[in-house]
Design a protein around this ligand. Structure first.
Ligand code: FES
Length: 146
């Protein structure tokens, strides 16, 4: 059976979420693997949110905010960029492939770009395989049920 990754997209309300919405209105084709969570700004994305998502078993996380210089809360997307960089470094240290997480910047008019990002991340994560944290949890559960 083909592996179908679960991807969480943390999108800011003003640009990325609007772009996701536009992708839907445009009927842009993208895989159904993504679940979009709307935040007021990517500046709200905490490192803990991302790690909790991986602990809960998602296979990939997209953080999507406004274009640099276009954040409606001034520097929220720049703060998010730093945090995403920190989490990627941490992921490397704990053996969780950092390419499972990436930040993207887009305007509300970039519906096709949003669809392309989902295609890119889905393909990439299919190649990486399931989240190893989920595989470990499955092994533990298998051990308990014996
Ligand atoms: Fe979009 Fe801040 S409002 S990233």
């Amino acid at each position: 059976m083909d592996f179908e990754p679960k991807i969480l997209a943390l999108c800011c309300h003003y640009c990325a979420y609007a772009a996701a919405d536009l992708a839907g209105s445009m009927r842009a084709q993208y895989p159904p693997n993504v679940r979009v969570l709307r935040l007021p700004c990517t500046g709200k994305v905490d490192t803990e949110y991302i790690m909790k998502a991986f602990e809960a078993g998602v296979d990939g996380v997209i953080v999507a905010g406004c274009l640099e210089g276009g954040c409606h809360f001034q520097e929220g997307n720049l703060r998010a960029k730093k945090r995403v960089g920190l989490v990627r470094d941490l992921m490397d240290e704990i053996g969780l492939e950092k390419d499972r997480l990436e930040m993207f910047n887009l305007s509300s008019a970039m519906g096709q770009t949003f669809a392309d990002i989902v295609v890119t991340m889905t393909d990439r994560i299919k190649k990486l395989g399931p989240n190893p944290l989920r595989r470990e949890a499955a092994k533990v559960l298998e051990g308990i049920s014996r």
